[in-house]
Every structure is written in C-alpha cells, then in structure tokens.
Design a protein around this ligand. Structure first.
Ligand code: B12
Length: 228
C-alpha cells in the first residue's frame, strides 16, 4: 500500500498528464472546443493556474513548435494552436473573476428546528466554498428565532435550508418567516426529501433536488438580485 502523500502526488501527476495529453491533442487537431474542455476539466480537478500554464499549455505549444520545425504541421497550424491557447488564457481569467466575484457574497446554511440530517448541507458547504462563496454553516436543529438573528447579524445574500423529515414543513416555513422579518433581502434555496409539494410551489424559493445544483442556483439568485 502506498503512503497517502505518495498516492495524492501520483493522482495529481495522473491528472496533469491526462490534461496535458488532451490539451496537446486538441491543439494539434486545431480543435478549440476540445482544448477548452481539457482546461475546464483541469480547473475542475483543482489544478492551479501555475500547473495549467507550466505543465499543460506551455508543453503543448512547445510540441507544436517541434512539429512545425520537423515539417509535420504548417505555420498556419501553429498560428491556430497559438490563437486557441490565447483564448484559453482568457477563459482561465474569466473563471478566476467569477470565483472572486462570488467571494463578495455570503451564503448561510442551516437545518430548521427539529431537523438533524445535515450531511447534504455539509456537501453544499463544500461545493459553495470551492466555488468561491463565503459560507457560514449553522448546522442542525436551528430554532427559527436564532436563524433570524444570525441572518440580521451576518447579512447573507442567500440562505440554504435542508429538510429531510416529512413533518418538517412547518419548521421550514417558520425559519423562512423569521429570516424575512429580520433580514428581508435574503433569498432562499431549499433541498431535502422532506420538501412537500406546497413548499416546492413557493415562487420565492429555489428548490434543488441534488447538492450538485446548488452553485448554479446561488449564482442565479445573486445575479437576479443585482448583487454582482
Ligand atoms: C444519517 C441518517 C440519520 C442521522 C443524521 C446524522 C447527521 N448528522 O446528518 C441521525 C442518526 C441523526 C438520524 C436520525 C433520524 N432519522 Co435518519 N437517516 C439517516 C440516513 C441513513 C442518511 C441521511 C443522509 O445523510 N443521506 C445522504 C444525503 C446526501 O442525502 P439527502 O439528505 O437525501 O440529500 C439529497 C437531496 O435531498 C438533496 N438535498 C438535501 N438537502 C439539501 C439542501 C440543499 C440546500 C440542497 C441544494 C440539496 C439538498 O441533495 C442530496 C442529493 O444530492 C437516512 C437514510 C436515507 N434514505 O436517506 C435516514 C432517514 C432520513 N432517517 C429517518 C428517520 C426516520 C430518522 C429518525 C426519526 C430515526 C430515529 N428514530 O431516531 C431520526 C430523526 C432525526 C431528526 N429529527 O431529524 C428516515 C426518514 C423517513 C421519512 N422520510 O420519514 C430515513 C429516510 C431512514 C429510513 N429509511 O427510515 N438519521
């Protein structure tokens, strides 16, 4: 069995090598879409800009230069590869800009009174943090008045609530009402198996079936509120 740090170094190297191969292949094929996908996947795999620049984009361009010197591709192919790489650099900058813009917004997470199931909420916290949002996790079983007071003090842009128990609908509505009273500009995203059709039909709520939907849902709410 390998040591954990060796395993993680190996997995990092495997990610770099896969992305480098995909990116070089895309440049040689003049395939802008495939090149962008390779870099997006590298960013999603949390490879840093330094690694992407030094170990993926630069080596691919060096390879293109060698192929040109050997007469295996034309100067036009070399220009296409360069243009694609310049566009990919702009994509990297845009992703950083979005993450920085998210950093100016705060999302508060809680399970309403009586609700102890918080694993999904923990996943939501990780996803939002990774996307760049400021996250405040209040955890399980948060009484409505405490949630309202925390919202007034911390002024979150969005509040994510999770409700698993079917009898939790009243507590969920109570939590929302308490926040609306204390911090009316907050928007709400709710998830969980306990959501009743009545909750799901509330137009003021964003409803997520899966945690993987949350970043997009928060982005949409923050944009709609004209906050960025
Ligand atoms: C772990 C667990 C517990 C733990 C919770 C610990 C903790 N810190 O979270 C403990 C032991 C405390 C517990 C207690 C109880 N539990 Co329990 N528990 C579970 C179990 C096994 C897993 C729940 C879980 O973490 N799932 C994984 C998460 C990721 O999935 P999820 O919650 O379904 O969320 C998905 C979506 O709903 C959505 N989502 C959910 N919330 C949110 C929020 C946002 C913002 C977003 C974007 C998305 C989102 O995203 C996820 C998918 O991507 C489930 C089994 C099951 N089938 O789920 C039972 C289960 C939920 N529990 C159940 C019961 C009955 C209880 C108890 C009454 C048992 C008891 N007699 O003690 C108590 C009640 C506690 C309470 N008042 O809340 C029942 C509920 C049945 C029902 N609907 O009526 C279940 C289904 C088990 C069963 N088959 O009977 N439980």
């Amino acid at each position: 069995m390998g040591r954990p740090e060796n395993d993680s170094r190996e997995s990092q190297e495997a990610k770099i090598s896969a992305a480098a191969g995909a990116y070089a292949g895309a440049l040689i094929a003049g395939d802008e879409v495939a090149a962008e996908i390779a870099i997006r996947e590298a960013m999603d795999a949390h490879l840093s800009s330094e690694v992407i620049d030094d170990e993926i984009i630069a080596p691919a361009l060096w390879l293109v230069g060698e192929l040109w010197e050997r007469g295996e591709i034309t100067v036009a192919d070399e220009h296409i590869a360069t243009e694609i790489s310049i566009r990919v650099l702009a994509l990297q900058r845009e992703v950083q800009r979005v993450a920085q813009a998210r950093g100016g917004h705060r999302v508060m997470l809680a399970a309403p009174a009586g609700e102890l199931h918080v694993v999904a909420l923990r996943m939501v916290a990780t996803l939002l943090r990774e996307a760049g949002y400021g996250v405040v996790m209040l955890g399980a079983d948060v009484p409505a008045d405490a949630l309202g007071a925390a919202a007034r003090r911390l002024e979150p842009d969005v509040i994510c609530l999770s409700s698993t128990m079917p009898e939790g609908a009243d507590e969920l509505f109570g939590a929302i009402a308490a926040v609306q009273q204390k911090w009316p500009s907050a928007r709400f995203i709710v998830g969980g198996r306990g959501l009743t059709p009545r909750i799901q039909s509330q137009s003021i709520l964003g409803v997520c079936a899966r945690v993987s939907e949350v970043v997009e849902a928060v982005d949409a709410m923050v944009k709609r509120a004209g906050l960025n």
